[in-house]
Write a protein that binds this ligand. Structure first.
Ligand code: ATP
Length: 368
């Protein structure tokens, strides 16, 4: 008998809707190809248009469905013209992170053959690192709690807790152990490398982050560790991206570095991500709703499709189902094959294929 897994699908707004449709198509292709599990995928409302219509960007029934599901697949949310009464943006995806305690933002940055990198010195496969962003505290702890005094002074407070740092650092070392050596640097040492990125030379909070990181590192002697300051790390990622395996950092630094990482591997359309907690996980492309290309049918769906692959891998490991893990690998192989073949390249990678055509090509590749 087939095992059934329940996926809550939240397409959201803008290109989120288009790329999610292609991720669902590819998941259906995997389900058909392997034939040993079935996925119940139910779509739920959320995002800026939902807010405009219902007054909520994450209705209670959607949040409930996310809580009940085995995993959540999300597109992108937000609209530049739809804001809260105080003028701030709608960020239901951040609300979801807090509600489901999704403390680990996992952002793989892998350069595939056929993808457009701005770096002339790196070859496909040489960039293969994961940015791990702490997602429940740091500077984002101040979300909606910043203060503006008399139109003269504004403050936002950065919060670090021992528990928050310990669990993201533990996650980093477990992830590194799971991956084994990947980057050029760690391959030479024959052990995976975790890099702690902070600003410990200036701020007490980041020095605390580093101290706790070192305490956690001491429990994982088979994994190499190093430290870097955020400013230097931005430079290292451009000049020597081959050197990194797992990079762990505070919420805001992780937010910024993940866009830099995406830039190295072909842009936002190539960057998948997962928001993982101890009980729930949400999988979504790292990009937003891309208002500049929304409605044109040219968004690259690869980030969303790779995120769906990460979802199968995570679910498979969690449920001890090797077919799901195999499904995740199948998706990655299909993406790599379509990119390397070069006949159906999305517009942002220098091709002419529409969102839909790229999705179909990857789904076909899965079935072949
Ligand atoms: P948000 O605030 O929701 O993150 P944004 O416009 O600031 O929205 P993105 O939506 O991530 O940020 O878009 C950043 C840039 O990357 C835009 O130029 C956009 O067109 C491009 N982009 C993002 N996603 C894709 C995609 N899937 N395919 C092609 N280009 C993309």
């Amino acid at each position: 008998m087939k095992t059934t897994f329940h996926i809550a699908v939240l397409p959201g707004d803008g290109i989120g809707i288009d790329v999610t449709a292609e991720a669902v198509r590819v998941l259906r292709a995997v389900e058909k190809k392997l034939g040993t599990f079935s996925l119940t995928m139910t779509t739920h409302e959320s995002g800026a248009i939902c807010y405009q219509r219902s007054g909520s960007d994450l209705p209670a029934e959607t949040l409930d469905a996310c809580r009940q599901a085995d995993a959540v697949l999300l597109g992108a949310m937000g609209h530049p013209d739809i804001r809260k009464p105080d003028g701030t943006e709608l960020t239901p995806q951040v609300t979801l992170r807090i509600a489901l305690d999704l403390y680990a933002g996992v952002r793989p940055c892998k350069l595939y053959a056929g993808a457009r990198t701005p770096l002339v010195t790196v070859k496909p496969g040489e960039i293969d690192f994961i940015i791990l962003r702490e997602q429940t505290e740091g500077l984002f702890a101040s979300l909606q709690a910043g203060i503006v005094l008399g139109d003269q002074v504004a403050t936002d407070t950065l919060v670090m807790t021992r528990r928050g740092i310990e669990r993201i650092c533990e996650f980093a070392f477990r992830l590194a152990a799971d991956l084994g050596p990947r980057g050029a640097n760690s391959a030479a040492k024959q052990r995976p490398l975790v890099t702690c990125v902070d600003k410990a030379n200036i701020f007490k909070s980041y020095a605390f982050f580093r101290k706790v990181f070192d305490e956690v590192a001491a429990k994982h002697p088979t994994i190499a560790k190093q430290h870097a300051y955020i400013d230097a790390q931005a430079l290292h990622l451009v000049q020597r991206p081959q050197r990194f395996d797992v990079i762990v950092t505070e919420n805001m630094f992780g937010d910024i570095l993940s866009d830099l990482g995406a830039g190295l591997i072909g842009g936002m359309g190539m960057a998948p991500s997962a928001d993982i907690g101890d009980h729930h996980a949400v999988f979504q492309p790292a990009h937003g709703t891309a208002p500049d290309i929304a409605g044109k049918g040219i968004a690259n769906p690869i980030a969303a499709i790779l995120s769906a692959g990460m979802m199968l891998d995570w679910l498979g490991k969690r449920k001890s189902n090797s077919d799901l893990v195999r499904g995740g690998a199948l998706i990655e192989q299909a993406v790599a094959a379509v990119l390397a073949d070069g006949k159906t390249l999305p517009v942002d990678q220098g091709g002419k294929a529409t969102t839909h055509e790229v999705g179909i090509a990857i789904a076909r590749q899965v079935q072949d």
